[in-house]
Design a binder for this molecule. Structure first.
Ligand SMILES: Nc1ncnc2c1ncn2[C@@H]1O[C@H](COP(=O)(O)OP(=O)(O)O)[C@@H](O)[C@H]1O
Ligand SMILES: N[C@@H](CCOP(=O)(O)O)C(=O)O
Length: 318
């Protein structure tokens, strides 16, 4: 998508004056993304991204924006939010929360090679370590509680075979989340949506992670599983590509060594990461919101990945 809330240059002429950015010179809606309304914003001070948050509230948003600030201050490459003249990271626009962040250089690498996966793995480990002393707490809002709420909303749309798969996997994940192994996993702020389209590269140089608006406190291993399930697969089949998997996991492990508990949780976590996006894509597909531009993501992609992760033993974590 996504421009759910249309905005013109005229609309923000006055509004922009609360930021130390000079006059707004250009504003262009961004077609990709499915969660928020995003715009490239040119001001007298440079290039930025304006985001209007469609689902997250004024109460929830400081967790994300202050996390980006926190990580950027510790050398993790992420967009820096721009504070208003009053020192606020959030402002109201058309009745909704809005923020301006720095624009990252480069572009998404949609055909990643092992060298890109290694860069992502190393930066992900650095991000997890840098988040350890982040003081705010917010659960992953697309975690188990949300899966429990969403499952009955999508079940009526599924074939018998897929309904059986969803019920069985939910049962498995509910039990797994109560296990001793799960409770030994290290937790902290995680990105939780680190797909190829949420990382910028300039050639082989990683220039930043962005789109932190699904971030929350969860297991670090869940973040690794989400990332591997997108970066290290054959997109047609969902099968893991060993060279990219090894490059990403080895680079992560070199910065933040995996634990024995994480090794034993790896296959259930790869399944959990597939289930999470199968569910959200099913929900978005069957209960779409109004939007100016919309390209729903394909739920069957993650159904395929989930079936594959259940059927195939996970690669070694380290
Ligand atoms: N900080 C940024 N720097 C550069 N481009 C960005 C930045 N934030 C968003 N974008 C661009 O906007 C697009 C949509 O942003 P995204 O955060 O993925 O949207 P959504 O939150 O709706 O999923 C990205 O694909 C990217 O091209
Ligand atoms: N990555 C998710 C959907 C979230 O979209 P994004 O553009 O914010 O990453 C998916 O692929 O289902």
């Amino acid at each position: 998508m996504a421009v759910f809330t249309p905005v013109t240059l005229d609309d923000i002429g006055q509004w922009i004056q609360q930021f130390p950015l000079g006059k707004a010179l250009a504003l262009k809606g961004i077609a990709s993304g499915i969660e928020n309304s995003n715009f490239f914003l040119t001001t007298e001070r440079g290039e930025y991204v304006l985001t209007i948050f469609e689902n997250l509230s004024f109460e929830q948003l400081p967790f994300y924006l202050r996390l980006m600030d926190h990580l950027a201050a510790r050398g993790v490459l992420v967009p820096a939010p721009v504070a208003t003249n009053a020192g606020e990271l959030l402002a109201e626009l058309h009745g909704k929360p809005a923020a301006i962040v720095s624009k990252l250089e480069g572009r998404s690498q949609l055909d990643p090679q092992p060298v890109h996966c290694a860069a992502v793995g190393a930066m992900l480990a650095r991000m997890h370590l840098a988040g350890q002393d982040y003081p705010l707490q917010q659960p992953n809002l697309r975690g188990l509680a949300w899966w429990n709420d969403t499952t009955p909303l999508v079940l009526p749309y599924l074939s018998d075979d897929n309904a059986h798969l969803l019920r069985a996997e939910m049962h498995f994940q509910q039990a797994y989340a109560c296990s001793d192994t799960y409770n030994q996993l290290q937790q902290g702020p995680v990105h939780a949506d680190l797909f190829r389209n949420n990382v910028m590269f300039d050639g082989e140089r990683l220039t930043g992670f962005f789109d932190f608006y699904f971030a929350g406190c969860d297991t670090w291993l869940f973040d690794v599983a989400v990332t591997v399930n997108d970066w290290c697969i054959d997109l047609d089949t969902g099968v893991l590509d060993q060279a990219r998997v090894r490059a990403m996991l080895d680079a992560y492990h070199a910065v933040r060594p995996f634990t024995a508990a994480e090794q034993s949780a790896w296959q259930p976590m790869l399944r959990a990461a597939a289930l999470r996006f199968w569910l959200s894509r099913l929900y978005d597909f069957h209960q779409p919101r109004e939007a100016e531009m919309l390209t729903p993501h394909d739920p069957t992609h993650f159904e395929r990945i989930l079936r594959e992760r259940i059927a195939t033993p996970a690669p070694d974590l380290y």
